[in-house]
Design a protein around this ligand. Structure first.
Ligand SMILES: [Zn+2]
Length: 320
């Protein structure tokens, strides 16, 4: 389970979570070493799985409508089932941001426009009232009962068997104006959407935390230019370089602080800037179950120690 925690002067608020109940190796990851083009990008779902997924998504939405918030309604897009409790005037904007997110991820990982990575469509439950979100975690998917931290999240991605979904909380904070609140919502949405995408890409084998969170932050920063994800990492990189921070701990971390999310993003940014094709190769190897040291060696011909060295050289030129 992954939490991102941001400390304000009064409370610690969980920003996002990814709940992965049990890691399983895909039965058919389509492994073909040495030729990434021949690797199956994702396991093709059966018609029965697509139907089952949609029924599950609809059933939860119906229960949510009946038991929590009657205004929840379906906004269906080519790739998503958006169950929104927001005012209907926001439907088009939600539709656009989700499809933009999908198209960006899809082109980043060279998926054909004619195929979708999801099992049918990806369900996203979107709440306006925090109390409704909490109720959902306690009475619909049960995540809040397993981990109370989830009830304070701004959003999370989770899965139950093959059923993968995203839940979004209200992200408005007292110090935010309307525009900041919208930017924050989109930032969390893209972050969680990236986790959902990566959960289906090649296999459902989990990738190292720093890659998973760094990539989610990188996508959020790219798609939401006014987001904090697109600002804060620069300061963290500068601080890490000035203080000669031990970057090796990030590769071993089982949980990351907010600052470490920023540094993880800077590592991903460096790898993509250095060679974007190698980055896709790296992700592919990790999703096939290779240990990160071996995947780094194969994709970038480097190890963690040298990666940190090259990372620091690259960012010294960028931030000073
Ligand atoms: Zn995350």
């Amino acid at each position: 389970m992954i939490h991102r925690i941001v400390f304000s002067c009064i409370v610690a608020t969980v920003i996002c979570c990814q709940i992965l109940p049990g890691q399983t190796r895909s039965t058919d990851p389509g492994r073909t070493l040495g030729n990434r083009n021949q690797v199956q990008k994702f396991r093709k779902p059966t018609a029965a799985e697509i139907l089952l997924n949609r029924s599950q998504a609809m059933a939860w939405a119906e229960r949510t409508r009946n038991e929590i918030v009657p205004t929840m309604h379906l906004v269906e897009t080519p790739h998503f089932l958006l169950f929104s409790a927001w005012n209907r005037s926001n439907d088009q904007a939600l539709r656009n941001v989700c499809e933009d997110m999908y198209n960006k991820l899809s082109s980043q990982f060279s998926l054909s426009k004619n195929e979708t990575i999801w099992i049918g469509k990806c369900p996203i439950y979107i709440f306006w009232e925090t109390e409704h979100f909490k109720q959902f975690t306690r009475t619909i998917d049960n995540s809040g009962n397993r981990d109370a931290g989830i009830t304070r999240a701004s959003g999370y991605h989770s899965r139950k068997g093959i059923f993968s979904y995203i839940v979004m909380n209200r992200t408005v904070k007292p110090w935010m104006d309307r525009n900041q609140a919208i930017q924050r919502f989109y930032e969390v949405l893209v972050h969680e959407g990236t986790h959902a995408f990566m959960n289906r890409y090649i296999s459902n084998w989990s990738i190292p935390l720093w890659v998973n969170e760094g990539l989610a932050e990188f996508m959020a920063a790219t798609l939401v230019p006014l987001s904090s994800a697109n600002r804060d990492y620069i300061n963290e990189v500068r601080n890490a370089l000035l203080s000669r921070r031990d970057m090796g701990s990030i590769f071993r971390a089982r949980d990351l602080s907010s600052r470490e999310y920023d540094l993880a993003q800077s590592l991903v940014r460096y790898l993509v800037a250095h060679n974007s094709k190698s980055f896709i190769e790296l992700i592919g190897l990790l999703k096939e179950g290779y240990p990160q040291s071996m995947a780094l060696k194969k994709a970038y011909n480097t190890d963690q120690q040298d990666l940190i060295l090259y990372w620091s050289r690259y960012w010294r030129r960028q931030v000073f």
